[in-house]
Structures are given as C-alpha cells and as structure tokens.
Write a protein of this length. Structure first.
Length: 242
C-alpha cells in the first residue's frame, strides 16, 4: 500500500490519516495480527507530525478498532464476543444503536463545590468548583433516567457546550479528551422524593442505580456519573465467555 495523503486538500490532515489507517487495517495481514508501521516512520512517510498521526490513531483506538501497547506497538483489535459492560458507549449512542428515539426532558449545567467523595475521586480540593450536568431523559412520551455527571476541571468544559450531542464524542472532538476506561457499580434503590419527581414515579418505587467512573487514556479521572433508571424501563445485559 502506498502511504500518501494530499497536503493541498481542504480535508484536515488527521482526517486523511484516519481514512488511510482504516484502509490499511482492513488488509488481511493486519487483520491477522501484524503490527502497524512505526508511528515515527509513518509520520515521516506522510509528512505530518506525530501529534497529527496520533490523533488519527487515537480515534481508532477509541472506536475499539486498534489496540496500543507501550514498547510493543499498535495492531488491529481482535474480534471478540461483545459485552455491554466492556464496550460501553454514551447513553445517546446506546439508544441510537437500539433504534430508540430519545427526548431530553431536562438539562441543567451548574458549577458546584465537590463533596469529599468527589474531591477524592478527582484528586482535588473541596474548594475547587467543578462542572455538574443534570439530565432527565427517556422515550418521547415519558422519562426513564436521571443523570448527574461531574467533570474534572482538567477536561476544560466551560458550560457553554452543546450537551445535546453524544457526550464522549463531544469531549473528544471539542476538547481532545478521549474516554477509554469505565468502571461501574450497579445496585437497587428506592426512589426518594427528588428521584420520584424526576422519573414521575411514586416515592419508594424501585430504581436501578448506576455509578460510572470514567477515565482517559492515562487512566486519569474525567467524569463521575450517577444514573437512576426506572426499574421497569431498563435491562442491563452482560455477556461472558470462557
């Protein structure tokens, strides 16, 4: 394959590099496990910076098409039985894949001081404000989930972003923050007065409570997310193989 891109084209170099990589990794030898060309060598062949090339590679890593290991190299990710708990997406992406139209019933963005738990997770002091985003979402006729997300100041959010866009897509494209790791805790709870009002259910109704801790490529915390789902509107599926 000839490694070239058009430097006179109005198409951004990182977009052209991404397209070239997609073509490259579709080749049989790379599908069978051959390492991709060295970043330094490939950047020289394309006459672009390593930063530009890495931006394209990071996009494919984020999509799960490539895996990168320090001191080893980058190669095509091996196909495996998918687990909803492993291949996590933003809520918007999850619902889009299932063909479920989603409506935003509420969206609030505020700056708050973190409590001890949040400050400990983000490794910051409690006197440093962080961005909090609250959303009530659901089908077009009724809500079924309330989200509260808190973001590390390092992410660079201002509060003026379009939070109607898929969250992790927006973080990547607008702030160059790539979410690569999610750790979750799931439990059952009874809806208190606040959650009951948001989900339009009776106080004491069962809800599924999900904590999500999201990290970037350096395993630095970027988001602390709390989700409350109507128990009869959400099924969490996990597939495992042995």
């Amino acid at each position: 394959m000839k490694y070239t891109i058009d430097h006179k084209s109005p198409i951004p170099l990182h977009v052209q590099a991404e397209a070239l990589l997609r073509t490259l990794i579709a080749e049989e030898e790379y599908q069978e496990g051959k390492l991709l060309p060295n970043e330094v060598d490939l950047a020289k062949k394309l006459a672009i910076s390593r930063t530009t090339l890495r931006q394209a590679i990071n996009k494919l890593v984020f999509e799960g098409l490539l895996v990168r290991k320090k001191r080893f190299g980058t190669k095509v990710a091996q196909a495996a039985v998918s687990s909803k708990s492993n291949n996590w997406l933003s809520f918007s992406q999850e619902m889009a894949l299932r063909g479920i139209p989603i409506k935003n019933f509420e969206l609030h963005v505020t700056w708050v001081f973190p409590d001890e738990a949040l400050a400990k997770f983000f490794e910051i002091k409690t006197d440093r404000k962080i961005l909090k985003m609250e959303r009530v979402r659901g089908r077009t006729d009724e809500p079924f989930v309330y989200f509260a997300s808190y973001f590390h100041p390092r992410v660079g959010l201002t509060g003026d972003e379009d939070f109607k866009r898929p969250l992790y897509e927006m973080l990547e494209q607008d702030h160059s923050v790539i979410a690569t790791l999610s750790k979750e805790e799931i439990s059952a709870k009874s809806a208190n007065t606040f959650i009951a009002e948001k989900l339009r259910v009776a106080v004491g109704s069962p809800v599924l409570f999900r904590k999500r801790f999201v990290f970037d490529q350096g395993e630095r915390p970027i988001e602390y997310n709390l989700g409350y789902y109507k128990a009869d509107s959400f099924v969490y599926t996990i597939e495992s193989t042995r």
